[in-house]
Design a binder for this molecule. Structure first.
Ligand code: AHM
Ligand code: MG
Length: 332
């Protein structure tokens, strides 16, 4: 049920406005920026709901900077975010998983400009088969002392000032943090508004569940294979769940617990997931919910990106679940 504060339902915009009021150092325009992200996700959600009725299924016939096949909906989602954020004067730079380079969209001077980075449609290989997909976003301050978009975006995840995702599932939910807990909003389709439905979510510390594309396990570093053997041979209560849409897999873990990992593989020796668009935002949300996120050797939020499309291995979930995996990795 939507949460009421002082007898009223709380919308996403109201929630951000109130958080801003509690932090006078926050600039007034932040809720305007976030309303742009929320609007874009409502547009993307409506394309997804009409997939099959409008021409959004299938491939665009091109590949992106990562060499991956681009789906039509990837492009539409990317455009929706770029258009809505383009109208927000306080967004200085945007970077998207689908674009080659971060781009300056307005020359805002001083402290009041932001960098927004996003994966417009995560899990897009699932679109054509009606499985949940998501949009992931993160916001950094645009450092006024650094010149050029390509350099300005290279900040560790610990500098994020807000992050979140929208999961287009059986309902559409927006999960958000600005470093004051992890909160969930559900889109009320009747009013077209995100309403607060869960405040201060905590990931269960330990749940007997893991999430990984096990088909690649022969190429995983040994510690991960040891973990998988241990679970199967010694932990009969463990179950395995893998959607193949990171947002959907992470959301299940946020609510029910468990661990997700995408290690280095033969095909992706650095890991597949992108630090800036996927690992960082989810790591911020996980830590704010009492969970943990690691590359296997380092806290995700401490990784210094080499470039905007930097990839990392990712182990994320409930704290004790993550520790179990890390213990196996460290066991030599
Ligand atoms: P995408 O952003 O191009 O959709 O790729 C990321 C997706 C994640 O959603 C998902 O966890 C992973 O790739 C699945 O990869 P695989 O098919 O190798 O298991
Ligand atoms: Mg993705």
């Amino acid at each position: 049920m939507p949460r009421k504060i002082d007898g009223d339902f709380v919308t996403f915009t109201q929630f951000i406005q109130e958080e801003q009021n509690r932090h006078p150092e926050a600039t007034g325009d932040f809720s305007w920026l976030m309303s742009g992200v929320a609007l874009a996700t409502r547009m993307i959600g409506s394309y997804i709901r009409r997939a099959g009725l409008i021409d959004v299924w299938g491939d665009q016939g091109t590949t992106n900077v990562q060499g991956e096949t681009v789906k039509k909906l990837d492009i539409m989602a990317n455009d929706a975010l770029k258009r809505t954020l383009g109208y927000r004067g306080n967004v200085g730079i945007i970077a998207s998983e689908e674009d080659d380079e971060p781009r300056v969209i307005s020359e805002v001077e001083g402290e009041d400009s932001y960098i927004v980075m996003f994966d417009p449609l995560d899990g897009s290989s699932n679109i054509d088969v009606n499985v949940s997909v998501g949009t992931i976003f993160t916001v950094f301050k645009n450092p006024p002392e650094i010149e050029g978009a390509a350099k300005s975006v290279l900040q560790p995840g610990s500098k994020q000032i807000a992050a979140g995702y929208v999961l287009y599932g059986s309902s559409t939910v927006l999960v958000y943090t600005c470093g004051q807990g992890t909160h969930m909003f559900t889109l009320d389709p009747q009013y077209g508004t995100y309403l607060l439905t869960r405040e201060n979510i905590t990931i269960p510390q330990h749940t007997p569940s893991y999430s990984v594309n096990e088909a690649y396990s022969h190429g995983f570093p040994e510690g991960y294979r040891r973990y998988l053997d241990w679970v199967k041979l010694e932990k009969p209560r463990y179950s395995s769940r893998y959607v193949g849409s990171l947002v959907a897999d992470f959301h299940r873990i946020l609510i029910k617990g468990g661990v997700y990992f995408y290690p280095e593989t033969n095909a992706n020796p650095e890991g597949k997931l992108r630090l800036m668009y996927e690992s960082n935002p989810l790591a911020f949300l996980a830590e704010q919910a009492g969970g943990a996120a690691s590359t296997g050797t380092q806290r995700i939020l401490d990784v210094m990106p080499g470039d905007v499309h930097h990839r990392t291995p990712l182990v994320i979930g409930g704290k004790r679940n993550v520790d179990e995996v890390l213990d196996m990795l460290q066991a030599g």
